[in-house]
Write a protein that binds this ligand. Structure first.
Ligand code: UTP
Length: 295
């Protein structure tokens, strides 16, 4: 049994983002904005708010803007300081200083499982979080913190799940899950399948965006053949663990937006736009007016 504390998170962000073409050719989907902050900022912030300080972002070619975002920018500092905007400089520096953010490249986008495999040296011999780079989740308690709490209770790998409409399960994964006695949102899982075909679904519980893994997952990933879509699938590695020793699914509290999809991108911007301190009020007025013109 692994009693070590969770101190590390990895954020795979090397996928090609074909669902967001053509913009993803030039802008990594993880850098798409929710109003004025890129998606990946929210992930790093969630990790930090969950007590994590060591974060590895797995990037790829054409993704340098992710690294730049977490670095100082003397040009902006100079310009802002000259016009007395010291707090804006501080706010920009705070983004860079909120965690120790490291980067490694996945040289070939062979799938999420393969991307996680690139983090072996960073992770070492500790349990760790994986935050899917295009999944932004807004919640009262940071989702990583929710997963850590469940992990500390059961000391088994934990996957964050949500029920999805049955007709959409084929886009995600399906878990063979049974509610744990005495719990309202934790399930025991002993099997799962990635992108199930018709009739292959276990339940409508799908893994969405956050998982907490143990380091023996790396040997399993290394031995995996390509799975759904010809990719090395993280779900296939987690399935091996579920079948062998069982894992826990946590139905987390929070609203998830998939910034890797056009609809998710739009919904996140509307939801956060109306709350925005600077433009929220005007945007809300615009939306009301605009909605009244919709047929
Ligand atoms: P997705 O399956 O949503 O990413 O992976 P994708 O392959 O880029 O998507 P589409 O279908 O082509 O639009 C979830 C997360 O895993 C990362 C992605 O960047 C995303 O943040 N990922 C995926 C990698 O880091 N490497 C990969 O090889 C695949």
């Amino acid at each position: 049994m692994n009693n070590r504390k969770i101190t590390k998170a990895i954020i795979p962000a090397a996928g090609l983002g074909t669902r967001m073409l053509p913009i993803s050719r030039a802008v990594p989907k993880e850098m798409l904005p929710i109003v004025d902050y890129p998606a990946i900022y929210h992930l790093v912030k969630e990790a930090v708010d969950s007590g994590i300080r060591e974060i590895l972002i797995i990037t790829g070619r054409e993704k340098n803007s992710i690294e730049d975002f977490f670095d100082y920018s003397p040009e902006y500092d100079k310009k802002l300081l000259a016009s007395g905007k010291d707090d804006q400089v501080k706010a920009l520096h705070d983004i860079c200083d909120m965690a120790n953010v490291y980067f490694i490249r996945q040289k070939d986008a062979k799938g999420l499982g393969h991307a996680v495999g690139c983090a072996r040296a960073f992770v070492g011999d500790e349990p760790f979080l994986v935050m899917y780079g295009d999944d932004v989740i807004f919640s009262d308690t940071p989702v990583c913190k929710q997963l850590i709490k469940t992990y500390e209770k059961y000391r088994r790998m934990v996957v964050g799940v949500k029920p999805v409409p049955m007709e959409l399960v084929s886009r995600y994964s399906s878990l063979k899950a049974e509610l744990i006695e005495g719990s309202e949102n934790e399930y025991y899982v002993d099997d799962m399948i990635e992108k199930p075909g018709p009739g292959q679904e276990f339940t409508n519980l799908s893994i969405l965006g956050r998982v907490l893994l143990e380091p023996d997952i790396f040997d399993i990933i290394d031995a995996l053949p390509p799975g759904a879509g010809g990719e090395i699938q993280l779900t296939d590695a987690m399935r091996a663990v579920a079948r062998e020793r069982g894992i826990i699914a946590l139905e987390f509290e929070g609203t998830r937006y998939d910034l890797g999809s056009k609809l998710g991108f739009l919904m996140a911007n509307v939801a956060k736009g109306v709350e925005h301190t600077e433009v929220g009020e005007e945007f809300r007025a615009f939306l009301k007016e605009f909605a009244s013109t919709l047929k």
